[in-house]
Write a protein that binds this ligand. Sequence first.
Ligand SMILES: Cc1cc2nc3c(=O)[nH]c(=O)nc-3n(C[C@H](O)[C@H](O)[C@H](O)COP(=O)(O)OP(=O)(O)OC[C@H]3O[C@@H](n4cnc5c(N)ncnc54)[C@H](O)[C@@H]3O)c2cc1C
Length: 382
Amino acid sequence: MKLAEFTDKHNAFREEVREFAKKELLSESTQIDRKGEFPWHIINKIKERGWLGVPFPEKYGGLGLDTTSYIILVEEIARVCASTAIMIAAHVSLACQPLYAHGTEEQKEKYLIPLACGEKVGSFGLTEANAGSDAGATETTVKLIGDKWIINGNKRFITNGTIADIIVFTASQDRTKKTHGISAFIVEKGTKGYEAGKEEDKMGLRGSITSELHFEDCELPKENLLGEEYEGFKVFMETLDGGRISIGVLALGIAQGALDYGIKYAQEHDLNGKPLYKFQWVQKIVADAATEIMAARHLIYHAAMLKDKGEKRITEEGAIAKLYASEIATRVCYKLHSILGEDGLTRKYPMERFLRDTKLMEIGEGTSEIQRIVIARQILGK
Ligand SMILES: Cc1cc2nc3c(=O)[nH]c(=O)nc-3n(C[C@H](O)[C@H](O)[C@H](O)COP(=O)(O)OP(=O)(O)OC[C@H]3O[C@@H](n4cnc5c(N)ncnc54)[C@H](O)[C@@H]3O)c2cc1C
């Protein structure tokens, strides 16, 4: 579990989060999934600890820790409840991070501080019905009329959508320019012409919220532009560099949670009178899972630590870590599931939840196909 590069501070923070997850979340995670309700009571406890702003400086409402600490937080929470972990990941890496990296001092004061303190919830709206993998096809439009931005369009599959108070989103100023026509903006819940829409009924991450966002002649003041005009693509590409490590570590946490449970089950159950863990086929599944999880852990924390060392872009490292972690997580959950035999098919055991939750990790923030394109471009050139 321990990597050579972790400091004592990282190890102590991991212990603190793990203890919290064991005490406050473990007994709740099945119900969170079963009810499909957003776990406000847990998020409120997370907020009290300052964990919704882990990697941001204290002057912006954060805890002033590093990216590695934030990644540790998401891993340990996802290990127990991925629905709770994805809320944190979307809030921190998709909403707070672009505000921190591209916001003006006024925007940081107004939006980042309440988000990082956990007083408000954030989300990030990029995906549309015809613009997922191909963000250049963004159909949400923005026009500057007088001193107001007028936004029209729809987003979908937005994590924290209906509960978000502050939303960072993209819109096109000139659709003929594709990615070069996109700008990024900030909208607040309650703004006239903006509304969150229908929530998705998902197969996994059922306690998290994923919804549509609608803009109909939504008026935003000029100062709600985030970053420079026509640089929205750059804003979200940078955001996704970090976001991919978040999704990768969510996958890692889910895989580790499945392994924890597979080991427990194998130690507590027999097959034809012989303890399960004594069977060679069970030992192989566990050993292979532990190996793949450890390899994924190295890739994820390597990317996080590069960021902590001041590396501006971690496109290749983030995409490799996300691709590998999300694909091994699906494989590991699927294989570990067979240790439970028919029990794995019942909802009495959490293994089926791990299997359902992990699938999103191969889709969100760029599918595996898109990660391969990103990696190949980095290596081979465009
Ligand atoms: C639970 C959940 C939470 C999400 N949260 C957010 C969020 O907070 N904010 C946000 O903006 N989005 C969010 N998303 C959206 C997510 O990022 C997109 O689903 C993802 O980027 C894929 O886009 P798409 O669904 O439109 O698929 P499409 O782009 O329509 O792709 C469909 C299929 O075609 C493949 N494909 C597409 N283009 C290529 C290509 N060039 N080469 C090879 N294969 C290709 C894809 O890999 C995929 O298998 C979320 C999605 C889910 C499921």
